[in-house]
Ligand binder design. Structure first.
Ligand code: ZN
Length: 135
């Protein structure tokens, strides 16, 4: 656990996040600056900087959650497609250096949000509540 890592703080419940899924090893919550509505991050509770640092078994378990979350978002938000993205290193656009997988629903006729801006917590909580019904 890293003291100044935002995902560690979320995992310890010290910072608000709009949860979609939680278990003893992992959490999934909505990105505060979503690319699209329902954009979710799947994150191990333990602090691993990147894919190279995560034990193989944990990666496998995390991707089971990625699938579960992707399916729930797809049904809840009636997404037309789903991007699963995992970035490692600044050059690869990793911003938070705690391993995470982006689950990004795509919608026909709707462009991804550029630039990404913060969405109100209340709005994110509503979306998360919708998605949780399908988990
Ligand atoms: Zn961390």
């Amino acid at each position: 656990m890293s003291k100044d890592c935002v995902f560690c703080r979320i995992a310890r419940n010290e910072e608000h996040a709009s949860y979609v899924y939680k278990d003893k090893n992992a959490i999934a919550f909505l990105d505060a600056r979503p690319v699209s509505e329902g954009h979710t991050l799947v994150v191990p509770r333990m602090h691993f900087e990147n894919i190279y640092a995560v034990p193989e078994e944990e990666v496998a378990d995390l991707f089971k959650i990625v699938k579960k979350v992707a399916l729930a978002i797809s049904k809840s938000e009636k997404a037309d497609g789903m991007s699963i993205i995992q970035n490692n290193g600044s050059i690869a656009h990793q911003v938070v250096f705690h391993f995470h997988v982006h689950v990004i629903p795509r919608y026909l006729g709707k462009d991804s949000q550029r630039p990404r801006t913060f969405v109100e917590k209340t709005e994110l909580d509503e979306i998360a509540t919708r998605i949780r019904k399908y988990i």
